[in-house]
Write a protein that binds this ligand. Structure first.
Ligand SMILES: CC(C)(COP(=O)(O)OP(=O)(O)OC[C@H]1O[C@@H](n2cnc3c(N)ncnc32)[C@H](O)[C@@H]1OP(=O)(O)O)[C@@H](O)C(=O)NCCC(=O)NCCS
Length: 165
């Protein structure tokens, strides 16, 4: 297995990341994540576009927008050839640590209701489902809304083992 490293996206990654979003996240939908939109997030001070790379090539990425009270995970995808190796877990934990450092404790996200792999992934990382939004994806598919309080990981009850995801 090749080692990957995490680093903020470059502006020049935007077209490739948009293509990954269209293939792996927005399958069957009209693409909402254009290269221009991703480029905007790479430049915005309240957003982070984080990539996992092998050598120069992005093999996964995530986009988070940090608000006062809630940080929102906009996108997360890993190339199929590199899945189940902890890449998405590393990306999300990095973004969660950043939120924690910034004093933003809640992470929120939506995912397609039929996306069982992502649902299992977020559950494994400690996210809980708080509702369903019918027709959220272009009227074609519902969204599940999930949240996690990132303080849960660093404030164990005294005398009990620290929670693992
Ligand atoms: C969901 C996704 C991001 C997971 O990426 P990944 O790098 O393979 O995930 P990880 O290896 O970090 O998985 C961490 C844990 O999540 C759970 N998990 C991940 N993928 C899973 C799957 N397909 N089925 C069940 N559990 C899964 C497991 O508990 C896993 O730990 P394990 O491998 O030790 O059992 C990836 O499948 C993907 O890119 N899917 C398409 C895009 C997408 O759905 N994005 C999310 C919605 S925006």
């Amino acid at each position: 297995m090749q080692d990957y490293r995490l680093e903020p996206a470059r502006v020049t990654d935007a077209a490739l990341l948009a293509a990954m979003s269209h293939r792996f996240v927005e399958t069957g939908l009209a693409p909402a994540w254009s290269a221009a939109r991703i480029r905007w997030h790479t430049r915005h001070p309240d957003s982070i576009v984080l990539t996992a790379r092998i050598q120069l090539a992005p093999i996964g990425f995530a986009i988070m927008r940090y608000g006062e009270d809630v940080a929102h995970l906009n996108l997360l995808a890993v190339d199929p050839a590199h899945r189940r190796r902890g890449v998405a877990r590393s990306l999300l934990r990095w973004l969660e640590e950043t939120a924690l450092t910034a004093g933003t404790f809640m992470i929120g996200l939506e995912l397609r209701a039929g996306n069982e792999a992502a649902r299992a992934f977020y559950r494994a990382l400690g996210y809980r489902e708080i509702g369903e939004i019918p027709g959220y994806y272009q009227g074609m598919e519902s969204a599940l809304r999930m949240v996690r309080d990132v303080r849960a990981r660093c404030e164990p009850t005294p005398g009990t083992p620290q929670q693992t995801p």
